[in-house]
Design a protein around this ligand. Sequence first.
Ligand SMILES: [Zn+2]
Length: 374
Amino acid sequence: MTDLIIKNGKTVDGNLLSVAMEAGKIKAVSSELNGEADRIIDLKGDYYISAGWIDSHVHCDDDMPIYYDQPDEIGVTKGVTTIIDAGSTGADTIKAFYDHAKHAKTNVYALINISKTGIIAQNELADMEKVQQDAAIEAVTELPQFIVGLKARMSKTVVGDNGYKPLEVAKNLQSKLGDLPLMVHIGSNPPTLSEVLSRLDERDILTHCFNGKENGILDQETKTIKAQAIEAYKRGVRFDVGHGTDSFNFETARYAKQAYLKPHTISTDIYHKNRESGPVYDLATTMEKLLVTGYSLAEIIPMVTQNAAEQFNLSKKGHLRVGFDADITIFKTAEGSKKLVDSNGNEQTTQKLIQPICAIVGGNVYDNGYLSKI
Ligand SMILES: [Zn+2]
């Protein structure tokens, strides 16, 4: 017996779609479904349906002292079915993180910080003794379903006097681990943007890609995208938004779009403070900021579904396809006027709001009762 059928959802390209689910998987997908099920929800063409949203840069280990949050506060509560913690924990701490993350309603995965301590202080890569490859390999071997990549924060406050050295170790570690992508954060220098980008390969990820910093991809004097950023983008380095408290700037995003440099994934870099007090709030708000930059909904949704799933080898997520995980986000758009603020205090007003109303994870519906009212 089918557990759940969602009927007549709208897709971002304007079609109607119905999805049937059973035992946590998608059983059928069609423009029209008329079978029996334990529960049938008819969206009547009024609401959008997409594969479950994936936020590929968050901080959600609530045992960590600085950047922490509860997975479900940034996950299912916000219409997000899958979150990827980006390096809060390292070899010493990631197993304990897994032990409590697995109880969340939201799917939680992790990128392992190359520093064994994770982010217990801002400068986790200032002491190279903390980068122990054997310990990282052991953790990845033990938790292959949980650890989906590596994380190295490559900015002055994190690396101290070590420059690009931690990145070279990260690349070496990555080569021993096979197919795991490496996410690198940029900020103040050293290391310079060039030193970072020149060491990244196709499918490696540059996060905080639209920050407004001197060492970012936008030349602050000429207001052009730096040649080395264009070159890396063309080589296949993936650009990830990673909004964060300090790392999203409307002007950088706009100039990047003009230079045909698009983000591969939209992520928040959310944790409790920038969720509660802004400027992040949630993934939908970050998506609205890309909308106001000029991206269409049809461009934005793949950046939080299929692109993120493919990036981190989540082979049963990211699409509404038979046999895939029954992870779905239902949302609506509304006309309105909402002030959006970037990490530098610049404001833009969007006339189109993105409002998630339901996250379905493995066939379980999390909607605060909303769907029973429609
Ligand atoms: Zn982060």
